[in-house]
Design a protein around this ligand. Sequence first.
Ligand code: PXP
Length: 248
Amino acid sequence: MLRLGVNVDHAATLRQARYREVERGMVPEPSPVEFARESAAAGAHGITAHLREDRRHMQEADLVGLAREIRLPLNLEMANSSKMLAFALRLRPANICMVPENRREVTTEGGLRVRGAEAAILRTVKRLQRAGSAVSLFIDPVTEEVRAAAETGARFVELHTGAFSRAVGRRELAREVRRLAAAAELAHGLGLGVNAGHGINYGNIRELFGVPHLHELNIGHSIVSRALMVGARRAVREMLDLMRGYRA
Ligand code: PXP
């Protein structure tokens, strides 16, 4: 069964648009923890959140709240920095996805460059997995990156579906699906679990069904956007309904 990890970052984006400084008496809204609770009630399999260095959406207290209050596995997205490593070792979420981070980007724009940085990544992966978190590396669907990811001992890769989501026309889309499928085959063959995420929405998700071995999709922006129209529970259920058509 294909699992859905709901990324709740953009519930926090909306909150931060109004409540950057919280003063006494203020009740900041919306709450990403509440969004996660609604997602869990609708049948989501996990909750994902990215604690960015610039704290543009999620704050440390949000992650602590998610870990304490939500019974689903928590997937912390983080950059490979010493501060984030210390935070993750205190939080000990079930899953950690290591992502690249660039202050100027609007969102995570490309995958990690694992090849060439294997030693540093391997050290972090080892510490996190020894503390009980399963680590995934967010990479572009590129052969060399999949091979490098396998060398770090990470249990999963998350294939970056940004290029897939931006593909224009059938040919380009088919090419991106082929790239993802080849990367998924290779990762699976090397013993890695395969997740995918970024830019997946209600309109393009079926196209991903051509990619084998998928374990979990991490989806944020489209679910939070749909939730503004129909509510969080319905938005999550609609995505889960679409996902039921997937055969690994
Ligand atoms: N997976 C990873 C590693 C991400 O960085 C993001 C974006 O924060 C997502 C999934 C979710 O992407 P989207 O918000 O476009 O669904």
